[in-house]
Design a protein around this ligand. Structure first.
Ligand code: C5P
Length: 224
């Protein structure tokens, strides 16, 4: 079939990246985790003590940020580079997660990220996951998926992931962070998280990864 654009949006920790990665591998597509861009920008702001309530400071800081993705054979996904440094090891930490939704609500930050995301999709053959990919970044995408899952299931999944790296983390911290991010992401003024009218809803609370993949591959066939 023809090459298409697949968008995957949804709440935090629904398994968007896991699905996107599987699809990209199966289809030979590029997989871009757009959240990594907002995380890398947040990491830069924190490291350089940028006051993100100050518009001029944000504009100046963005001038000094260059983001790029480089495919990592070992993980099967692209790592994000911030000014030539691979920042994957840092951007998933709770310190970044606690601020990223605030930073991602800033108009100038979104314009900066969205312009680069749209450029990556020009050739199609791309799976991108995030919050506004089907609504704002690629409104004409051929296949749009909106993922949801039971909040408890999501907390457990993310806790497991973070605990492997840091045994001091608690379930309550993880739950609070997911609730906070979902709240800010859904209620922000610019490009809030919402289902595109033409997106298909995928609730994976009760699905195994295999079942989910089979279902979505059928949607891909229908769209190509
Ligand atoms: O996908 P991930 O959970 O890594 O995204 C981190 C944060 O980045 C989200 O909670 C959201 O605030 C922001 N984000 C966004 N738009 C996207 C992707 C992520 O606002 N397309």
């Amino acid at each position: 079939g023809k090459k298409i654009i697949i968008t995957i949006d949804g709440y935090s920790s629904c398994g968007k990246s896991t699905l996107a990665k599987q699809l990209a591998k199966q289809l030979g597509y590029l997989f871009i985790d757009s959240g990594a861009m907002y995380r890398a920008i947040t990491f830069y702001f924190l490291q350089n003590r940028v006051d993100w309530n100050d518009e001029d400071a944000v504009a100046a800081a963005l001038q000094n940020i260059k983001l790029s993705f480089i495919f990592n054979e070992a993980t099967g996904k692209a790592d994000i580079y911030l000014n030539e440094e691979n920042v994957e090891p840092y951007i998933r930490d709770l310190i970044v997660a606690e601020k990223v939704s605030e930073v991602a609500a800033i108009g100038a930050v979104r314009e900066f990220a969205v312009a680069q995301q749209q450029e990556m999709g020009i050739q199609k053959g791309i799976v991108m996951d995030g919050r506004d990919i089907g609504t704002v970044v690629f409104p004409a995408a051929e296949l749009k998926i909106f993922m949801t899952a039971d909040p408890d299931v999501r907390v457990q999944r993310r806790f497991k992931e973070l605990y492997e790296k840091d045994q001091h983390i608690t379930i309550e911290e993880v739950r609070k962070n997911l609730e906070l991010r979902d709240y800010i992401d859904t209620n922000r003024e610019i490009s809030p998280l919402k289902k595109a009218d033409d997106a298909i809803v995928l609730d994976n609370s009760q699905l195994t990864l295999e079942e989910q993949f089979e279902l979505v591959m059928q949607w891909v066939k229908d769209a190509t």
